[in-house]
Design a binder for this molecule. Structure first.
Ligand SMILES: Cc1cc2nc3c(=O)[nH]c(=O)nc-3n(C[C@H](O)[C@H](O)[C@H](O)COP(=O)(O)OP(=O)(O)OC[C@H]3O[C@@H](n4cnc5c(N)ncnc54)[C@H](O)[C@@H]3O)c2cc1C
Length: 401
């Protein structure tokens, strides 16, 4: 018979969310296996970690290592680049207005995982199994995860951090609502040596989606996320490099002068997906196994960190009441219920924002224009929007004043 190994918890998927989940569970004093190979280091994206993500990572002693890799985002400015008849005014959101030094930090995804991975081996009760899980089965009192080498892990709780095509989610039989967008993110990192970004993130709202430059590794580098149609993304990728540079400078309205490309372009097709439930028998869904949406407002991984924080808080509270099983039905029910409003409202908010750019419906365009105009001129609304972008609706009233 093949070998069975035991732990309290298995986190399946070793991306950024999986790493944080495994570290969090070990810090609760539970034995945990993180399942998945080492990060390949080929992700050209960056992630802006905002507001409560910073304080949460700080509580896990992870923030200093992560922060050292990134650049602070102090100001976010939005320009309407649609050339429509009624356009929104340029609007600027400054973190100092809500008493913060920065909204967050933007970090190269490869460096983020390296920083999270650094202390993995030193945490008692936590190990990594660097294989892919081959199959997952969920039973009344345990979850069984079969590995590529024929061994298995038997655990009380399987945490799904294995992305959009999650095996754990499939085993749990959780249905998804799925939709697509006629858009893809064209992503690369670049240098603008003549001009500094001054820790300002700049977003041009174009009719195909945002063209965003976010402070990257120092004052003269930015990461670009340019949302266009999939065909246009391919066309940009195929361009000869000098021509591409000129095209990207033009789309940036030359705000930083000349560009020099630092990384090869990558394309990420955009999609939307949200689970109808965030847990199943012996399984908790977190991160992209539970929710996927376009990279607008830098929400994806920030929402995932709130999943992990909530799951940990449900387990901790139950254990304080004498519970000994981290995968009990009561804990998983509590987790599912607690995550609904934050995940559903964030998914809907990003969808609406994206559609207000894409749609030819005057009412949607008008709502966006009016919203930004009011935010520009009405400080309380501007502050509310800034806080809403940084945390879950239930908690953002606590940020700043
Ligand atoms: C262009 C772009 C920009 C973005 N910018 C931001 C941003 O600024 N801020 C933000 O918060 N979010 C952002 N996001 C979203 C963010 O990048 C994702 O939420 C995040 O990368 C997902 O991390 P993850 O750990 O959930 O998933 P992944 O990184 O997809 O990790 C899943 C892991 O599971 C592993 N895996 C899969 N199957 C198995 C298996 N069978 N066994 C073991 N392991 C398995 C994979 O190898 C992988 O390592 C952006 C997204 C895009 C597309």
């Amino acid at each position: 018979m093949s070998e069975i190994k035991y732990a309290d918890i298995a986190v399946v998927g070793s991306g950024p969310a999986g790493h944080v989940a495994a570290i969090q569970m070990a810090k609760l004093g539970l034995s945990c296996v993180l399942i998945g190979p080492d990060h390949p280091g080929t992700d050209g994206r960056t992630t802006a970690l905002l507001g409560s993500s910073m304080t949460y990572l700080e509580s896990l002693d992870l923030w200093d290592g992560v922060k050292a890799q990134g650049q602070p985002l102090r100001v976010m400015r939005l320009f309407d680049d649609t050339s429509r008849l009624v356009r929104a005014p340029a609007t600027e959101f400054d973190s100092s207005e809500i008493g913060l030094e920065a909204f967050g930090y933007n970090i190269n995804n490869n460096k983020l995982v390296v920083a999270l991975h650094k202390d993995l081996g030193s945490l008692s009760g936590l190990i990594q199994d660097k294989q892919f899980a081959r199959s997952v089965s969920l039973h009344q009192d345990h979850a069984l995860i079969a590995m590529e080498d024929g061994t298995s892990w038997q655990v009380k709780l399987a945490i799904a951090a294995d992305g959009r095509n999650s095996l754990v989610k499939e085993a749990a039989g959780v249905e998804m609502r799925k939709w697509s967008y006629p858009q893809a993110a064209f992503v690369l990192n670049l240098r603008h040596k003549d001009m500094s970004h001054n820790n300002v993130s700049t977003e041009f709202h174009t009719p195909s989606g945002p063209y965003t430059l976010v402070p990257y590794e120092d004052m003269h580098t930015s990461s670009l996320v340019c949302v266009v149609t999939p065909e246009e993304a391919e066309k940009l990728k195929a361009m000869e490099r000098d021509a591409l540079v000129l095209e990207l400078e033009k789309r940036a309205h030359h705000i930083y002068g000349a560009f020099e490309l630092l990384t090869e372009p990558q394309i990420f097709p955009l999609a939307g997906m949200v689970a109808k439930k965030f847990s199943g028998k012996r399984a908790a869904l977190i991160a992209e196994s539970a929710h996927v949406f376009p990279p607008i407002g830098a929400q994806g991984l920030n929402l995932s960190l709130r999943d992990i924080e909530e799951l940990a808080s449900q387990i901790k509270a139950a254990f304080e009441q004498g519970e000994k099983d981290p995968g009990s039905a009561a804990i998983l029910k509590g987790y599912d219920e607690a995550r609904r409003s934050d995940i559903w409202s964030r998914t809907a908010g990003v969808h609406m924002l994206n559609m207000s750019l894409l749609s030819s419906l005057p009412i949607l365009q008008g709502m966006r224009t009016a919203g930004l105009a009011m935010a520009k001129h009405f400080a309380p609304l501007r502050k509310l929007l800034m806080k809403a972008g940084l945390d879950s609706p239930a908690r953002f009233s606590k940020i700043g004043d």
